[in-house]
Design a protein around this ligand. Sequence first.
Ligand SMILES: [Zn+2]
Length: 601
Amino acid sequence: MTAAVLYQIQAIPEKRLFEVKCTILNPDPGGQKVLLPVWIPGSYLVRDFARFIMRLQAYCQEKSIYSQMLDKNTWRFAPTAGPLEIHYQVHAYDLTPRGAHVDNTHAFFNGSRVFLQICGQENAALEVEIQAPSDPKYHHWRVATSLETAGATPLGFGLYKSSHYEDLIDHPVEIGEFEVFDFEAAGVPHALVMSGKYKADLPRLKADLANISEHHIHFFDTPAPMKKYVFLVQVLNEGYGGLEHCFSSVIHCKRDHLPKLGEVKVSEGYRTLLGLLSHEYFHAWNVKRIKPSAFLPYDLTKENYTRQLWIFEGITSYYDELALVRAKRISKESYLELLGQLCTRVYSIPGRFRQTLEQASFEAWTKFYKPDENSLNATISYYTKGALVALALDLLLRHKTNNQCSLDKVMQIVWQRFGLTNEGLPENVFEKIAEEVSGCSLEEFFNMALRSVEEFPIATYLELAGIILNAFPATSVEEMGGKKPSELINKPLLEVKLKTGTSDVHLASIYEGGAAEAAGLAPGDIIVAVNGFKVERSRFESVIASFAVGEEVLLYVFRRDELMTFKVTLRGGWLQTYSLMISPTLTEQQQALLNSWLQLT
Ligand SMILES: [Zn+2]
């Protein structure tokens, strides 16, 4: 053992757990303290990972050592005269990019779930021995990770290493059967690791991903900050999401979203997948290397507050899809459709009049990550509104400077000053840099966009690029927008959101100020009949749409186990969807802006 700390980890598929042994060469002579993070960077919720730890026992030279928990995630061991060995199990049955999961199909872990942090040795060199499950039927499994090898052969079990704890937990590990597709982007070796069952055009995915990766590297400038990069993609029947790391990302991909063999067009599902991969990869710069000061270093024992998540998630959400059109993976019409969907998502949420973008960021831990039946009325997403503000800022800077300056330029300067230097980005400095780089006064813009709940006037900014924002009455609260509807009929729509995954008309949320609220309906209510006739979820919106706007209907509702009736006067046109189109008559300035923004040639 050459490092200060050695972790040995082995999956036990039948028990859905990892066995871990942690050996500390020189434990604290006063009694070693260890802790497990309560959250994982990139996902801003206290998750208390220590609750998954079982059977923790410690030894020194085979003698049992007394340990005591000091709080929910910290342990202290009695002083020892030699190396301290801590044995424990980790229950691992959370199949998410931020989780740890073991079954007979694979084993996957994030370090923050399984590796104890050794207090006082946070910056010591570490080694990890990843062992094959003991049952021979798993001996063909391989290991995919961006961890550096310390003797393990490529994709093999064995010894890996890390320079310090925060780095160690930034390299998730996938163990199992998978395919690997290697490619280079701007000279940097990348690997696309595909786990799970699928039948798809992977060479196409690999080529598109290489193109997008290359685009992002050139966006921030070469050389890329990573020596290698690994996309760990887990293919599932359902699921969407990812988590970013410095040298890798974990992606949950819905099987239907993979490009089909023989298909040439970019399906909506495939566009979603490319956007997700692009998003997590952009994070390798924006949030993994350019970080808010509040994350330097991360405090893994509690919430880390920042008002800047709109920069790290909103701006990333803006560039993930913009990169697809700039890298010629999708057409400009397809990109405008995505922007129409973005507008629809932001402008359908009453919470936009209740929470500012800075508040949304600051309260991420307790609001965005703990959604409830009232979130719709009380909160706004720093992803979607953040992306809309990024779009507006980009167009505004281009317009004011004759395309000499842009959000691209601002991000590149932020990268040079706060990413390459590993300095944290202090609160409000981003705004000063945007003003400095562009020479424009942006105080009014930022005050409105970040610190007010005024309606954000995106149409005004789109117009600078000659883009027209069209609004249409929605015929379902689930409508995505982005396209001009096939029929423009103003049908009544009950001002409620329905719970998914049930055949009941189960009310999940009630829109503030709407007719359903005025009638007295509440979240949790189950509508069983309309005007005396039974109704099911699959037909509910069409039943409501069969009435006229302004008509009064009688709803029969179970609230808990009590049958009640409510009279609702139906409204239409209260919810809108948006689509974007390029004006048929562009001024020279609009055309120039459009060309430089979308990099049309
Ligand atoms: Zn993100």
